[in-house]
Design a protein around this ligand. Structure first.
Ligand code: FE
Length: 165
């Protein structure tokens, strides 16, 4: 058996090795998949939890057809949460009709609710937006939104669940 000092050293080595992984992964260009998030399920667990269409959007960064989501016309007051993990993402107070066919918001519910990365999927850089808790892909943020932020969070309805107030 090792003494207490050796055990502690082994523990420290283990911790620093573990801590290095998320830092390295965060440098990659791939958004949600490569990073570590507070809620982390295996691919099989996500497939079990989500519908096929939700999986395609949230876990494979897919895009739903415009005007296909009932949440596009949702006008009640309430909160839009992540369809993957329930994290509160957007308030009805910042929802507006962008006429794009996707639920649109000019801000997230709070600073820590969503994260962003740069996406080159269609050849030029776009700001990808994902759930900060589970990394699920939500949509993109554009700079043609209304005041006061000028942002348009263009969100797949399949990535959201609506909780009326
Ligand atoms: Fe989530």
């Amino acid at each position: 058996m090792n003494g207490p000092i050796a055990s502690r050293r082994q523990l420290l080595v283990g911790l620093s090795a573990g801590a290095a992984i998320p830092v390295l992964a965060a440098c990659g260009s791939s958004p949600a998949e490569a990073r570590s998030f507070p809620i982390s399920l295996s691919e099989a667990e996500w497939r079990k939890r989500l519908t096929k269409d939700e999986y395609r959007i949230l876990r494979e960064a897919g895009t739903e057809r415009p005007y296909s989501s009932p949440l596009n016309s949702e006008k009640r007051s309430g909160t839009f949460v992540c369809a993957g993990c329930g994290n509160e993402l957007y308030s009805s107070r910042t929802k507006y009709d962008s006429k794009t066919g996707w639920p649109s918001f000019w801000a997230a519910i709070d600073k820590g609710a969503v994260g962003t990365s740069t996406d080159y999927k269609i050849g030029y850089p776009r700001t990808e937006v994902h759930c900060a808790d589970c990394g699920g892909h939500l949509g993109h943020i554009f700079s043609d939104g209304p005041k006061p932020t000028g942002q348009r969070h263009c969100i797949n309805g399949l990535a959201l669940d609506f909780r009326p107030a």
